[in-house]
Design a protein around this ligand. Structure first.
Ligand code: GLN
Length: 290
């Protein structure tokens, strides 16, 4: 078949399987097989595709029709305009996390912020740590509980040439660090999806293929966030900043959690929830009191 016929056939297949953005997805898959970008595919629209590439495309198409995400099929996902390796051991990086990073880096610009030690908590594929290392030129520590996820982060760090500035630590949240207020900046995209959402609402791509370890935030989605809130003050420096991605319906709950002080003293001097470009609560920013 010709390129244009395969694109058409693929889009029809994916549409009938109920896959969203079918045309775009098909272009990704065929482009991968033929090593062409979108423009390249259109320029080659009437070219015949040889048997081997056609078979390869059809087998990828069959996987996508069963809701396997393209990022896992292709082994790669673009984030912050850079290609990152992804495997089913890590969450596929999302635009929400780009917003988290933009927020962190904007503060860096506006406030001449000079954090000495930077931590990416629950790093997964390492996108946050690696972008922070690239954009700020600093060394970054990245923690995850999953050893296979850390392997992916390591390969991404090598790929983007920041491996010498990235310390990867396998640990449950802050358990690897002594309580000595060491970090000037902590950034995190923890698991925050509630059990019910995990059961009912998530797309089949997420539900059946992405690691639940990276998503499952317990009954109300706040289990891990609560644990972070309890232990964060032991490792964050006075005046240090904490940024965390949250679910769109968690703004109020995290505001309360971080504004409340259990000892009568103010632990955080500035607590705010920031909205993403679609106007939904997305990032918590808390600054440790000085
Ligand atoms: N935003 C992700 C989702 O809805 C969840 C990410 C997370 O739990 N950290 O699939």
């Amino acid at each position: 078949m010709r390129v244009v016929d395969l694109l058409h056939y693929g889009a029809t297949q994916l549409e009938s399987a109920g896959v969203e953005q079918a045309s775009l997805e098909v272009e990704l898959l065929l482009g991968f097989c033929l090593e062409k970008n979108r423009t390249g595919l259109f320029l080659a629209a009437t070219d015949e595709v040889d048997e081997r590439h056609e078979q390869q495309f059809l087998s990828l198409l069959a996987r996508r029709s069963k809701y396997e995400p393209s990022a896992y099929i292709l082994g790669e996902k673009e984030f912050w305009s850079l290609p990152f390796l992804v495997t089913p051991d890590v969450l596929i990086p999302r635009p929400e996390t780009e917003f988290l990073l933009e927020t962190v880096l904007a503060l860096n610009k506006n406030e001449q912020w000079q954090p000495d030690l930077v931590l990416d908590l629950c790093c997964g594929s390492g996108v946050i740590a690696i972008i922070l290392a690239l954009e700020t030129g600093r060394s970054v520590t990245a923690v995850d509980i999953s050893a296979p996820a850390l392997q992916v982060a390591r390969r991404n760090a090598i790929r983007h040439q920041v491996a010498d500035r990235l310390a990867l630590v396998q640990a449950d949240l802050f358990s690897a660090f002594s309580p000595r207020h060491i970090f000037g900046l902590v950034v995190s995209n923890p698991p925050y999806v509630s059990r019910q959402e995990l059961r009912d609402r998530l797309q089949p791509e997420v539900m059946h293929f992405e690691p639940h370890l990276a998503l499952d935030g317990g009954v109300d989605g706040l289990d891990i966030i609560q644990r972070i809130r309890m232990t964060l003050p032991r490792v964050l420096k006075p005046g240090g900043d904490f940024f965390m991605e949250i679910g769109a319906d968690q703004g109020l709950a995290v505001m309360q959690l971080f504004s409340g002080d259990d000892t009568g003293e103010k632990i955080f001097e500035r607590v705010e929830v920031l909205q993403d470009y679609s106007g939904r609560d997305r990032v918590l920013h808390a600054r440790m009191a000085t």
